[in-house]
Design a protein around this ligand. Structure first.
Ligand code: HEC
Length: 257
């Protein structure tokens, strides 16, 4: 049977790549058994198959030998059952491959982390120790100078933050693409909209390095701002973040019993 030879040749190719290459590797480095990556195996097998098909269909006779049986299965009336089986198998195989590609995986993400970890009870910033739970934005209730403070906050933002957080606060500043995690998108309801001003103040003051261990492993590029801007500027930029995005800071209210 002429059909058998090329199939055996392809099988031999598979065995040579799958086991032959690791075997040679084990001779070079005794005690090891290197693995051929599946992607490489697939690529080599594609070459092997192509090469064998080319070699066997080089002349008319070889071509007929390889194509003949296939034509026979698909056109010979007496092979109807074989035909149905082949069509079914090919179809099932295609369906299986497709399923393998699209099926959802439930693997845990490579890095588990908490985006908004609980802040420490106190933090050192601007040379002082703050009780994070109790601090409040001193400019929030200053209605008289609100417009002026807001404007100053805007200046702080465009001088310091917009390179990363973007001119529309969508987290798409010029440098944003270079960072993983990306700079926070303040317009998104998942960031400042669900945070208290004291939490935002702590995040600005201590930046990426200030994140507690449940916020890591995380190489946050968020700078430690208490080294770079004043405490007043930090509170003012917070006014600006909420005003620009239209969000209100989360407030903690005491429930009377
Ligand atoms: C070098 C780029 C960069 C600059 C400049 C920068 N940030 Fe960030 N910022 C980040 C990244 C990255 C994150 C996301 C990771 C994280 O939360 O630490 C972030 C997160 C934050 C968060 C936390 C949001 C949340 O949902 O927890 C706040 C608040 C914030 N930035 C405010 C600011 C302010 C205000 C400025 C300007 C004074 C600023 N950032 C400047 C990169 C930057």
């Amino acid at each position: 049977m002429k059909f058998l030879k090329p199939i055996l040749a392809i099988l031999a190719g598979y065995v040579a790549i799958k086991f032959g290459i690791p075997y040679v590797g084990s001779l070079v480095h005794p005690g090891t058994w290197p693995v051929v990556p599946t992607s490489v195996l697939k690529m080599y097998m594609a070459f092997v198959t192509l090469g064998i098909v080319m070699a066997y269909t080089f002349d008319e006779e070889g071509y007929a030998g390889l194509i003949g049986p296939i034509e026979d299965i698909y056109s010979n009336p007496s092979k109807a059952i074989v035909r149905y089986v082949v069509v079914l198998l090919v179809g099932t195989f295609g369906a299986y491959i497709t399923y393998e590609y699209v099926k959802p995986t439930f693997d845990a993400p490579i890095e588990l982390r908490s985006v908004h970890p609980a802040p420490p009870s106190n933090a050192k910033m601007w040379g002082k120790t703050y009780q994070i739970q109790t601090i409040q934005n001193p400019y929030r209730e200053d209605k008289e100078n609100f417009a002026k403070n807001l404007e100053e906050g805007g200046i702080v933002y465009y001088k310091n933050c917009f390179f990363c957080h973007g001119d529309r606060m969508l987290g798409r500043g010029h440098y944003a693409v270079g960072f993983n995690p990306r700079p926070a998108n303040f317009v998104d309801v998942g960031t400042i909209a669900q945070l208290t001003e004291s939490f935002v103040f702590w995040r600005i003051g201590t930046g990426g390095p200030g994140l507690p261990s449940e916020g890591t492993p995380w190489l946050s590029a968020m700078p430690v701002w208490h080294n770079l801007i004043s405490e007043e500027e930090a509170w003012k930029v917070i006014l600006f973040l909420y005003d620009y995005t239209g969000h209100s800071p989360r407030v903690t209210t005491k429930v009377e019993h």
